[in-house]
Write a protein that binds this ligand. Sequence first.
Ligand code: PEP
Length: 255
Amino acid sequence: MGLIIVANWKMHKTTGETADFCRSILKDEKQFGEVEVLICPPYTSLTTASGILNGSTLNLGAQDLHWKQEGAFTGEISGSMLRDLGVEYVIVGHSERRHVMGEANARIRDKVKAALESGLKPILCVGETEAEREAGSTNSVIKEQLLAALEGLGTGEMKSLVIAYEPVWAIGTGKAAQPADADSACSFIRQVLQDEGGSETAGKIPIQYGGSVKEGNIGSFVEFDSIQGALVGGASLQADSFSALIQAARKAVQS
Ligand code: PEP
Protein backbone atom coordinates (compact mmCIF):
# COMPACT_ATOMS: atom_id res chain seq x y z
CA MET A 1 0.00 0.00 0.00
CA GLY A 2 1.35 3.46 -0.93
CA LEU A 3 1.43 6.55 1.25
CA ILE A 4 -1.38 9.04 1.50
CA ILE A 5 -0.61 12.52 2.83
CA VAL A 6 -3.48 14.81 3.70
CA ALA A 7 -3.40 18.60 4.12
CA ASN A 8 -6.01 19.74 6.63
CA TRP A 9 -6.13 23.52 6.38
CA LYS A 10 -8.82 23.91 9.05
CA MET A 11 -10.21 27.48 9.00
CA HIS A 12 -7.42 28.97 6.90
CA LYS A 13 -7.10 30.50 3.42
CA THR A 14 -9.27 32.67 1.25
CA THR A 15 -9.98 31.64 -2.35
CA GLY A 16 -7.04 33.75 -3.56
CA GLU A 17 -4.66 32.09 -1.08
CA THR A 18 -6.02 28.69 -2.08
CA ALA A 19 -5.36 29.40 -5.76
CA ASP A 20 -1.79 30.53 -5.01
CA PHE A 21 -1.11 27.41 -2.93
CA CYS A 22 -2.57 25.00 -5.52
CA ARG A 23 -0.67 26.55 -8.44
CA SER A 24 2.53 26.52 -6.45
CA ILE A 25 2.32 22.91 -5.23
CA LEU A 26 1.42 21.62 -8.68
CA LYS A 27 4.88 22.70 -9.86
CA ASP A 28 6.30 19.88 -7.71
CA GLU A 29 3.70 17.26 -8.65
CA LYS A 30 6.22 15.01 -10.39
CA GLN A 31 8.38 14.87 -7.25
CA PHE A 32 5.56 13.21 -5.30
CA GLY A 33 5.79 9.97 -7.31
CA GLU A 34 3.46 7.32 -5.95
CA VAL A 35 2.53 9.32 -2.83
CA GLU A 36 -1.17 10.24 -2.92
CA VAL A 37 -1.61 13.87 -1.94
CA LEU A 38 -4.91 15.20 -0.77
CA ILE A 39 -5.83 18.83 -0.07
CA CYS A 40 -8.69 19.60 2.35
CA PRO A 41 -9.45 23.32 2.16
CA PRO A 42 -12.39 25.02 3.88
CA TYR A 43 -15.75 24.61 2.09
CA THR A 44 -15.48 28.11 0.61
CA SER A 45 -12.30 27.19 -1.28
CA LEU A 46 -13.36 23.78 -2.62
CA THR A 47 -14.48 25.09 -6.03
CA THR A 48 -11.29 27.10 -6.48
CA ALA A 49 -9.09 24.15 -5.49
CA SER A 50 -11.10 21.74 -7.63
CA GLY A 51 -10.73 23.96 -10.72
CA ILE A 52 -6.94 24.12 -10.36
CA LEU A 53 -6.27 20.53 -9.22
CA ASN A 54 -8.58 18.99 -11.82
CA GLY A 55 -6.54 16.80 -14.17
CA SER A 56 -3.62 16.57 -11.73
CA THR A 57 -2.73 13.65 -9.46
CA LEU A 58 -3.63 15.68 -6.35
CA ASN A 59 -7.03 14.92 -4.85
CA LEU A 60 -9.57 17.02 -3.04
CA GLY A 61 -11.14 16.44 0.37
CA ALA A 62 -13.50 18.30 2.68
CA GLN A 63 -13.06 18.72 6.42
CA ASP A 64 -16.53 17.65 7.53
CA LEU A 65 -20.06 16.94 6.30
CA HIS A 66 -23.57 16.72 7.69
CA TRP A 67 -25.13 13.33 8.42
CA LYS A 68 -28.20 13.97 6.23
CA GLN A 69 -28.25 14.58 2.49
CA GLU A 70 -30.60 17.57 2.72
CA GLY A 71 -33.05 19.25 5.06
CA ALA A 72 -33.59 22.06 7.50
CA PHE A 73 -30.02 22.27 8.83
CA THR A 74 -29.01 25.91 8.58
CA GLY A 75 -25.33 26.40 7.85
CA GLU A 76 -24.60 22.74 7.06
CA ILE A 77 -23.17 21.01 3.97
CA SER A 78 -24.08 17.50 2.80
CA GLY A 79 -22.07 14.72 1.21
CA SER A 80 -23.94 15.00 -2.09
CA MET A 81 -23.13 18.74 -2.22
CA LEU A 82 -19.46 17.89 -1.75
CA ARG A 83 -19.51 15.21 -4.47
CA ASP A 84 -21.10 17.78 -6.75
CA LEU A 85 -17.93 19.91 -6.35
CA GLY A 86 -15.60 17.06 -7.26
CA VAL A 87 -14.66 16.18 -3.68
CA GLU A 88 -13.45 12.58 -3.16
CA TYR A 89 -12.59 12.36 0.53
CA VAL A 90 -13.98 13.82 3.72
CA ILE A 91 -12.44 14.03 7.19
CA VAL A 92 -14.82 12.69 9.85
CA GLY A 93 -14.40 12.79 13.61
CA HIS A 94 -11.43 15.16 13.72
CA SER A 95 -10.50 15.87 17.33
CA GLU A 96 -11.64 19.49 16.94
CA ARG A 97 -15.07 18.21 15.91
CA ARG A 98 -15.13 15.73 18.79
CA HIS A 99 -13.73 17.95 21.53
CA VAL A 100 -14.52 21.53 20.46
CA MET A 101 -17.85 20.97 18.66
CA GLY A 102 -18.89 18.13 20.98
CA GLU A 103 -19.47 15.41 18.38
CA ALA A 104 -20.05 12.03 20.00
CA ASN A 105 -19.26 8.60 18.56
CA ALA A 106 -22.86 8.06 17.40
CA ARG A 107 -22.81 11.30 15.39
CA ILE A 108 -19.50 10.33 13.82
CA ARG A 109 -20.91 6.94 12.82
CA ASP A 110 -23.82 8.73 11.09
CA LYS A 111 -21.36 10.95 9.25
CA VAL A 112 -19.26 7.98 8.11
CA LYS A 113 -22.45 6.39 6.74
CA ALA A 114 -23.53 9.63 5.04
CA ALA A 115 -20.10 9.99 3.44
CA LEU A 116 -20.19 6.43 2.06
CA GLU A 117 -23.76 6.87 0.79
CA SER A 118 -22.59 9.97 -1.10
CA GLY A 119 -19.64 8.15 -2.67
CA LEU A 120 -17.07 9.95 -0.51
CA LYS A 121 -14.15 8.17 1.17
CA PRO A 122 -14.17 8.98 4.90
CA ILE A 123 -10.91 9.74 6.67
CA LEU A 124 -11.91 8.66 10.14
CA CYS A 125 -9.89 10.27 12.93
CA VAL A 126 -9.42 8.50 16.25
CA GLY A 127 -7.17 9.25 19.19
CA GLU A 128 -6.91 9.67 22.92
CA THR A 129 -6.62 12.80 25.04
CA GLU A 130 -3.60 13.37 27.27
CA ALA A 131 -5.59 12.36 30.37
CA GLU A 132 -6.73 9.15 28.67
CA ARG A 133 -3.15 8.36 27.70
CA GLU A 134 -1.92 8.98 31.24
CA ALA A 135 -4.68 6.73 32.56
CA GLY A 136 -3.42 3.94 30.28
CA SER A 137 -6.66 3.97 28.22
CA THR A 138 -5.21 4.72 24.77
CA ASN A 139 -6.16 1.39 23.21
CA SER A 140 -9.59 1.19 24.80
CA VAL A 141 -10.46 4.74 23.65
CA ILE A 142 -9.28 4.03 20.11
CA LYS A 143 -11.19 0.75 20.02
CA GLU A 144 -14.40 2.35 21.26
CA GLN A 145 -14.15 5.14 18.66
CA LEU A 146 -13.40 2.67 15.87
CA LEU A 147 -16.11 0.17 16.73
CA ALA A 148 -18.73 2.94 17.03
CA ALA A 149 -17.80 4.34 13.61
CA LEU A 150 -17.66 0.93 11.91
CA GLU A 151 -21.00 -0.27 13.28
CA GLY A 152 -23.19 -1.66 10.50
CA LEU A 153 -20.58 -1.31 7.74
CA GLY A 154 -19.96 -4.16 5.31
CA THR A 155 -16.44 -5.12 4.30
CA GLY A 156 -16.89 -3.37 0.93
CA GLU A 157 -17.66 -0.11 2.74
CA MET A 158 -14.81 -0.58 5.18
CA LYS A 159 -12.38 -0.76 2.26
CA SER A 160 -13.24 2.85 1.32
CA LEU A 161 -12.01 4.14 4.68
CA VAL A 162 -8.78 5.81 5.65
CA ILE A 163 -8.03 5.86 9.38
CA ALA A 164 -6.02 8.68 10.94
CA TYR A 165 -4.56 8.00 14.38
CA GLU A 166 -4.35 11.45 15.93
CA PRO A 167 -3.53 11.67 19.63
CA VAL A 168 -5.37 14.83 20.73
CA TRP A 169 -2.43 16.12 22.77
CA ALA A 170 -0.18 16.05 19.68
CA ILE A 171 -2.43 18.11 17.40
CA GLY A 172 -1.23 21.66 16.86
CA THR A 173 1.07 21.50 19.90
CA GLY A 174 4.44 20.90 18.26
CA LYS A 175 4.68 17.81 20.50
CA ALA A 176 4.48 14.86 18.12
CA ALA A 177 4.02 11.32 19.44
CA GLN A 178 7.07 9.12 19.75
CA PRO A 179 7.20 7.20 16.46
CA ALA A 180 7.29 3.88 18.34
CA ASP A 181 4.10 4.84 20.22
CA ALA A 182 2.41 5.83 16.94
CA ASP A 183 3.53 2.47 15.51
CA SER A 184 1.99 0.60 18.39
CA ALA A 185 -1.32 2.53 18.18
CA CYS A 186 -1.52 2.07 14.39
CA SER A 187 -0.73 -1.66 14.73
CA PHE A 188 -3.49 -1.91 17.32
CA ILE A 189 -5.91 -0.15 14.92
CA ARG A 190 -4.99 -2.66 12.19
CA GLN A 191 -5.73 -5.49 14.61
CA VAL A 192 -9.17 -4.07 15.44
CA LEU A 193 -9.92 -3.65 11.72
CA GLN A 194 -8.82 -7.23 11.14
CA ASP A 195 -11.04 -8.53 13.93
CA GLU A 196 -13.99 -6.62 12.46
CA GLY A 197 -13.53 -7.13 8.72
CA GLY A 198 -10.91 -9.86 8.25
CA SER A 199 -7.32 -9.47 7.12
CA GLU A 200 -8.09 -8.94 3.43
CA THR A 201 -10.29 -5.93 4.26
CA ALA A 202 -7.95 -4.57 6.96
CA GLY A 203 -5.03 -4.81 4.54
CA LYS A 204 -6.75 -2.38 2.17
CA ILE A 205 -7.30 0.42 4.72
CA PRO A 206 -4.50 3.01 4.97
CA ILE A 207 -3.70 4.07 8.53
CA GLN A 208 -2.09 7.47 8.99
CA TYR A 209 -0.47 9.22 11.90
CA GLY A 210 -1.39 12.87 12.61
CA GLY A 211 -0.12 15.32 15.22
CA SER A 212 2.63 17.92 14.71
CA VAL A 213 4.02 16.20 11.63
CA LYS A 214 6.56 18.23 9.67
CA GLU A 215 9.30 17.72 7.10
CA GLY A 216 11.83 16.88 9.81
CA ASN A 217 9.85 14.06 11.47
CA ILE A 218 7.61 12.53 8.78
CA GLY A 219 10.29 9.97 7.84
CA SER A 220 10.42 8.56 11.37
CA PHE A 221 6.69 7.75 11.20
CA VAL A 222 6.28 6.38 7.68
CA GLU A 223 9.30 4.11 7.99
CA PHE A 224 7.06 1.87 10.13
CA ASP A 225 5.08 -0.64 8.03
CA SER A 226 2.06 0.09 10.22
CA ILE A 227 1.85 3.75 9.09
CA GLN A 228 0.79 4.63 5.54
CA GLY A 229 1.00 8.40 5.62
CA ALA A 230 0.05 11.44 7.63
CA LEU A 231 -2.71 13.92 8.31
CA VAL A 232 -1.00 17.29 8.46
CA GLY A 233 -2.42 20.54 9.84
CA GLY A 234 -0.06 23.47 10.46
CA ALA A 235 2.73 22.17 8.22
CA SER A 236 0.37 21.91 5.25
CA LEU A 237 -0.34 25.64 4.99
CA GLN A 238 2.74 26.68 2.99
CA ALA A 239 3.13 25.05 -0.42
CA ASP A 240 6.96 24.93 -0.34
CA SER A 241 7.28 23.31 3.06
CA PHE A 242 4.34 20.97 2.50
CA SER A 243 5.94 19.86 -0.77
CA ALA A 244 9.22 19.24 1.09
CA LEU A 245 7.32 17.17 3.68
CA ILE A 246 5.75 14.99 0.96
CA GLN A 247 9.12 14.48 -0.70
CA ALA A 248 10.72 13.57 2.64
CA ALA A 249 8.02 10.94 3.17
CA ARG A 250 8.58 9.52 -0.28
CA LYS A 251 12.34 9.35 0.30
CA ALA A 252 11.88 7.64 3.67
CA VAL A 253 9.87 4.77 2.20
CA GLN A 254 12.22 4.39 -0.76
CA SER A 255 15.33 4.03 1.40
C1 PEP B 1 -4.59 18.04 12.25
O1 PEP B 1 -5.08 19.04 11.79
O2 PEP B 1 -5.24 16.99 12.28
C2 PEP B 1 -3.23 18.08 12.77
C3 PEP B 1 -2.64 16.95 13.02
O3 PEP B 1 -2.67 19.31 12.97
P1 PEP B 1 -1.09 19.58 13.23
O4 PEP B 1 -0.34 18.90 12.10
O5 PEP B 1 -0.98 21.08 13.15
O6 PEP B 1 -0.74 19.03 14.54
